[in-house]
Design a protein. Structure first.
Length: 81
C-alpha cells in the first residue's frame, strides 16, 4: 500500500454517503492545487454533503474520514488557500 501523505489532514465534502462498516462513500478533497475524488471510509454512516477531515490514507485513492466542522467557515477570506 502506498499512502498518499499529502491528503491527510485535508478537509473535504462527501459526494456519496458513507455506510460505516457496510461500505464506503466518496469524498471531494482540495489538494495539489485542484480537487480530487477519493473512496471514503468512516466508522459511522455519514450523509452526502457532510464536511469531513481526511484522517488516514489507505492508498489506491482510498481514505478514512471523520465528520468535521471547519472552524474558519465563517471567515471566507481565510479559507481561499
Amino acid at each position: 500500500m502506498v499512502r498518499d501523505e499529502v491528503v491527510i489532514g485535508k478537509p473535504g465534502v462527501l459526494t456519496v454517503a458513507t455506510r460505516g462498516s457496510a461500505g464506503p462513500g466518496e469524498v471531494l478533497v482540495q489538494v495539489r492545487g485542484g480537487t480530487e475524488h477519493f473512496i471514503a471510509w468512516s466508522p459511522e454512516p455519514l450523509p452526502r454533503g457532510t464536511s469531513v477531515l481526511v484522517i488516514e490514507s489507505r492508498g489506491h485513492r482510498a481514505v478514512d474520514v471523520s465528520s468535521w466542522d471547519d472552524p474558519l467557515a465563517g471567515f471566507p477570506e481565510l479559507t481561499d488557500t
